[in-house]
Design a protein around this ligand. Structure first.
Ligand code: 6R9
Length: 646
């Protein structure tokens, strides 16, 4: 039905945006017909030390597997985000920081000031021995120093690995160790929704499990009490007083690594997704301009955390490459109340807000009065990312938040893709609530069936991308074979996204969600395998199976089935303990919403857990469990159904 619901491009957008419908068609057509010259021309949007003469050089085939973009080019990403803007917009605000506490003053940094902060941070890193190619882990609250640290790494060519501040010491230690990072940047504490997060204490606990860690640079954010370990820990404010102000930007090859970001997959531990310099920066800069039609002077707000890819690409790299004024917010959208996000829009006269469906659903639930209490007339565009947006939330965003004036830019992408792959252009694309619409230039999406047959016309299938694009990840840190195996072995010669999708009769793309064992909780990826391994680490747990279930606010929630060791008794206390256990092992986002004690799990005779059945039970759809006759013990299903947690 909703396929028929169309929101045409508003006239003023069609007239004034960079691209109208015909313009987009031409751009997209050229990008596929003549990628070599198209991408070399696009590369001109960056400031190169040496301009590249080759564009894409890649093969997704196993024998000759490689992905390179602009490989003969040289540039520095931080210089592209800062130095090149100094002459023209040195005094323009680059970064606005909105504190958690609404009564506190925001902080603002012009391009000149941000440049100076980044140079100093870079010199602190250098003084600690960091150099090109070294890995620096960043475990920070949403404060300006987190942005300085990230850009400082880019400036000296160190590879940053940002770990979300909500992750546990265990998770942090695993990520530090996986990429052999010897330096950790952290803060005394973080603040979110009026609460303190003991980052330094977590970092200490992580360091105890990550023996290779040599140095901790600690930013004083709240002034909360911390213990500093002699010979390992230094205060940033002490270190920065000792270093010179100037720091030259390291010349980097376009294919030199820029960052690692760990993300959950369907199997095993989180993967270190590696992005490189030239192609990534080009991609986030181009997509930020196209999808959001960013104009100089606009205030841009991506309400994500720097710990996720959305924060990397659309709080920092894309907007700063484009000379934007970018806003970062320390706190939660719903604190102190459901008006906060709109108050921040008014306070800073934001033109474009980019947030996640889960936040919209949480705000929607509190009613329209919180929105109506604010002005929001500065807004001209609204964006969404992280999970499929339900049409009801889409319409609320469009009608109530945007007062019907602002196009909704639904951007589909992944940590692996660097930036948006499917998204509307506000002056070109008629919108349909719930559809990410059409592909970005150079992006060649296809639908395939389970056998890899390409499906044509209006239909559903598995979403693959048939050719490389500059922003594509280049490897899994330390495990190139896993990179190939995860993304290119399922469908020969194609990148498999792990998502299912539908293409409608107008050629619009509708992402239907993950088709693998990844759960999307509030727009954050959790691998079922990760939660299961955390559960089985508990001394009383014999076995665990975890599936996603529909959740009104989070999109998906986590439903865990747990089999206890023999002799252990199930109880509400133990249930609470196990949920807490997962919070401590991984972090609050991984905590199961529901946990059912199961004397047995439904397994095939070969011992494979039949997740299809577990998903149905978790959803409450117990009338259509399908064929259970292949199970080793069909009777376990009756017990599972009878003891379902509602
Ligand atoms: C950017 C980001 C990626 C997964 C992806 C898909 C889901 C993201 C979406 C969307 C439907 C959108 N996803 N954006 N689904 N419509 N606009 O979220 O990266 O954390 O790696 O998650 O999120 O399932 O595969 P990441």
């Amino acid at each position: 039905m909703s396929e028929q619901e169309i929101y045409p491009v508003p006239t003023q957008w069609a007239e004034h945006a960079r691209f109208d419908a015909a313009g987009y068609d031409m751009l997209y057509g050229r990008s596929l017909a003549d990628p070599g010259s198209f991408w070399l021309e696009q590369a001109r949007r960056l400031d190169w030390i040496k301009r590249p003469e080759i564009a894409g050089d890649w093969s997704f085939d196993e024998v000759d597997f490689h992905i390179n973009w602009f490989a003969d080019g040289k540039l520095n990403v931080a210089a592209n985000c800062l130095d090149r803007h100094l002459a023209k917009r040195g005094d323009q605000v680059a970064l606005i920081w909105e504190p958690d506490e609404p009564s506190e003053e925001p902080r603002r940094f012009t391009y000149r000031e941000l440049h100076a902060e980044v140079c100093r941070f870079a010199n602190v890193l250098k003084a600690q021995g960091a150099k090109k190619g070294d890995r620096v882990t960043i475990y920070m609250p949403m404060i300006p120093e987190a942005a300085f640290a990230i850009l400082a790494c880019a400036r000296i060519g160190a590879i940053h690995s940002v770990v979300f501040g909500g992750f546990s010491p265990e998770a942090l230690a695993g990520r530090i160790t996986d990429c052999d990072s010897t330096i950790l940047v952290t803060a005394d504490e973080g603040r979110r929704g009026g609460k303190r997060i003991p980052l330094k204490a977590n970092a200490d606990a992580a360091a105890a499990r990550a023996p290779a860690l040599e140095t901790m640079i600690v930013v004083q954010a709240t002034g909360g009490a911390v213990t500093m370990q002699d010979g390992r820990d230094i205060w940033y404010h002490d270190a920065v007083a000792e270093v010179p102000a100037a720091c030259p930007a390291e010349p980097m090859g376009a294919e030199d690594p820029l960052f690692i970001l760990y993300t959950s997959g369907s199997t095993g531990s989180p993967k270190g997704v590696l992005h490189t310099s030239g192609g990534y920066l080009l991609w986030v800069s181009l997509t930020h301009e196209l999808a959001f039609d960013y104009r100089p002077g606009d205030v841009w707000w991506c309400a994500a955390d720097l710990g996720w890819v959305t924060g990397h690409s659309y709080i920092l790299y894309g907007p700063l490459a484009n000379g934007a004024t970018t806003l970062m917010y320390e706190g939660l959208p719903t604190w102190p109340d459901a008006s906060r996000i709109w108050q921040v829009v008014d306070r800073h006269q934001v033109q474009t807000l980019y947030t996640a469906p889960t936040a919209l659903r949480a705000l929607m639930k509190d009613g329209d009065s919180f929105v109506h209490a604010t002005d929001r007339s500065s807004l001209k565009l609204l964006g969404t990312v992280g999970e499929p947006i339900n049409p009801e939330a889409w319409r609320w965003y469009h009608d109530v938040v945007g007062g019907g004036r602002c196009p909704i830019i639904d951007t589909w992408w992944q940590t692996e893709t660097g930036g948006a792959l499917i998204a509307p252009l506000p002056g070109a694309t008629d919108l349909k609530p719930g559809s990410a619409t059409t592909p970005m230039p150079g992006v060649d999406p296809q639908l395939v069936d389970a056998e890899g047959q390409v499906l044509t016309g209006a239909t559903s299938g598995n979403l693959v991308i048939a050719r490389s694009w500059p922003g594509q990840m280049r490897t899994v840190w330390g495990d190139h074979a896993r990179f190939f195996q995860t993304y290119f072995s399922t469908y020969k010669g194609k990148y498999f996204t792990g998502d299912g999708a539908r293409r409608d009769a107008d050629g619009y793309w509708w992402i239907t969600g993950r088709v693998d064992d990844v759960i999307n909780v509030s727009g954050h990826r959790m691998g079922t395998a990760e939660v299961e391994s955390a559960l089985v680490l508990h001394p009383k747990v014999a076995e665990a199976a975890v599936v996603g279930m529909p959740h009104d606010i989070k999109g998906q929630g986590i439903y865990a089935y747990v089999t206890l060791n023999s002799g252990e008794a199930a109880s509400d206390d133990l249930r609470a303990d196990l949920i807490k256990w997962v919070r401590t092992e991984i972090g609050p986002i991984a905590a199961p919403d529901k946990l059912q004690f199961a004397p047995g799990l439904p397994k095939t005779r070969s011992g494979k857990i039949m997740r299809r059945i577990l998903r149905k039970i978790a959803e409450g759809d117990v009338s259509s469990l399908g064929d259970t006759s292949t199970l080793a013990d069909p009777a376990v299903v009756d017990d599972l159904v009878a003891n379902r947690v509602t």
